[in-house]
Design a protein around this ligand. Structure first.
Ligand SMILES: *[C@@H]1O[C@H](CO)[C@@H](O)[C@H](O)[C@H]1NC(C)=O
Ligand SMILES: *[C@@H]1O[C@H](CO)[C@@H](O)[C@H](O)[C@H]1NC(C)=O
Ligand SMILES: *[C@@H]1O[C@H](CO)[C@@H](O)[C@H](O)[C@H]1NC(C)=O
Ligand SMILES: *[C@@H]1O[C@H](CO)[C@@H](O)[C@H](O)[C@H]1NC(C)=O
Length: 387
């Protein structure tokens, strides 16, 4: 047990970090400071394996920015254009609107204000690529900027993540670009990448799992029926191509799944009648792009409606690889899922990040503030009283 004396003899940043942890375990909230604006977060980032200070800072800032995205998206307007394009026609998705709203609310909960009892699981972040996935893919199909591990609150960040722009810079810059400012993909930034990953966490994103079962009761029309349940959210695939393991080995016969990353595919899964009505609601990328669009709408007062989808003939779209392509390969590996199974050897729970320079600076600077110092003193008094 740490005594008051040993606490006070620690360097200031370390002891305040420890006290911040006491604070976090006491009421479940920890404050992070972002550009002088205090953000009250409902969860902590842990782990940080092989992330350097600069990387941890970009991860933390991206997380804070993601909270701003989801705050802009939490009130859904089912008559809106963004809702139509990213989730589908209202009649078609009526059974899933409640699920979609719940998912957005749980994601937005990461930014909840102090005093709210609902707390999301801490997120274990890392940069050591335990599944060796960061270098999978190529120029043509892209590479992942980040991936989720096991639908747990566990995210690995790859090199490509660290090249993504900050939210505000990107939105300001692109909105001012008259030529491309209607194209939603122009706004893709590190907060959008975070948003997709957070939706893969089973405590945040809920999706529809429909499985065929043999119906032993009936011998009339259909031998098969389906059972519907809820499961964690993964990535939907285009045009119902579901055979993950091709049964013929020849190179020409291998069908790769077209994972629905990027705005073109996200809109196709929402709009095409060949897709299941819940495919968009099941796709983490759709939520990320929807939230991104809502954020632009809030900030810039227009809806970035590109790429524009005018599907007059679905068969034409299905037969045309290029139409399904979208050409935005910077933000995902289009041939691979970004939810990977956790290996037995991979640690699930991350250690608290206390030695990172970024969090030291951030938490340390709080105590220069008078009010914070008062909290510090109060805490010290509580510690004395409890000893
Ligand atoms: C909604 O759910 C009901 C009951 O499960 C089902 O009968 C109906 O077909 C569904 N509607 C749509 C549009 O999926
Ligand atoms: C906590 O957050 C949830 C969801 O954001 C909200 O519905 C609820 O009213 C909040 N509770 C308080 C006490 O603010
Ligand atoms: C199945 O078929 C048998 C005989 O053809 C019939 O007696 C029975 O009622 C049928 N059951 C159902 C559930 O339709
Ligand atoms: C997503 O993947 C996990 C792990 O394989 C699975 O348990 C879950 O049912 C999947 N979700 C859906 C909607 O298929």
């Amino acid at each position: 047990m740490l005594t008051l004396r040993s606490l006070l003899s620690l360097p200031v940043f370390l002891s305040s970090t420890l006290i911040a942890h006491v604070l976090a375990s006491g009421n479940g909230f920890i404050d992070a400071e972002e550009n002088g604006v205090s953000v009250d977060l409902a969860a902590q980032l842990t782990g940080g394996e092989k992330c350097d200070d600069m990387e941890l800072e970009k991860i933390t800032k991206g997380f804070n920015e993601m909270n701003m995205l989801f705050q802009a998206a939490v009130r859904v307007d089912w008559n809106g254009e963004a809702e139509l394009e990213f989730f589908g026609r209202r009649e078609r998705i009526q059974n899933y609107t409640g699920m979609i709203e719940g998912n957005l609310q749980r994601a937005a909960q990461y930014a909840n204000l102090k005093g709210n009892a609902t707390r999301n699981p801490d997120i274990h972040v890392r940069c050591d690529d335990p599944n060796d996935m960061c270098d999978e893919g190529n120029k043509k199909d892209g590479k992942h900027p980040a991936y989720n591990i096991g639908n747990e609150p566990h995210i690995n960040f790859c090199k490509r993540y660290f090249n993504l722009d900050p939210l505000e810079d990107k939105v300001d810059k692109e909105a001012a670009n008259q030529k491309d400012n209607r194209d939603i993909m122009q706004y893709y930034n590190r907060a959008t990448a975070w948003a997709r990953q957070v939706m893969h966490i089973s405590a945040v994103g809920t999706a529809i799992v429909e499985r065929p079962v043999l119906n032993s009761q009936s011998n009339s029309s259909g031998m098969w029926t389906t059972t519907v349940s809820n499961g964690a959210m993964n990535t939907s695939v285009l045009a119902g191509v579901m055979n993950a393991r091709p049964n013929t080995p020849g190179p020409n016969d291998i069908q790769t799944l077209k994972y629905a990353y990027g705005a073109t595919r996200a809109k196709l899964v929402a709009l095409m009648s060949i897709q299941e009505p819940y495919d968009a609601a099941n796709n983490a990328e759709n939520y990320a792009l929807y939230a991104q669009a809502r954020y632009v709408m809030q900030k810039k007062k227009f809806y970035p409606n590109g790429p524009i989808m005018q599907i007059t003939d679905e068969m034409v779209v299905l037969a045309n690889e290029q139409l399904q392509d979208g050409g935005e390969k910077r933000y995902a590996c289009y041939d691979a899922t970004d939810v990977l199974r956790r290996k037995m050897s991979t640690n699930s729970i991350g250690a608290p990040i206390s030695s990172s320079a970024s969090s030291m600076v951030k938490i340390g600077s709080r105590w220069t503030d008078q009010a914070s110092f008062a909290i510090y003193l109060t805490l010290v008094c509580c510690l004395i009283l409890s000893m």
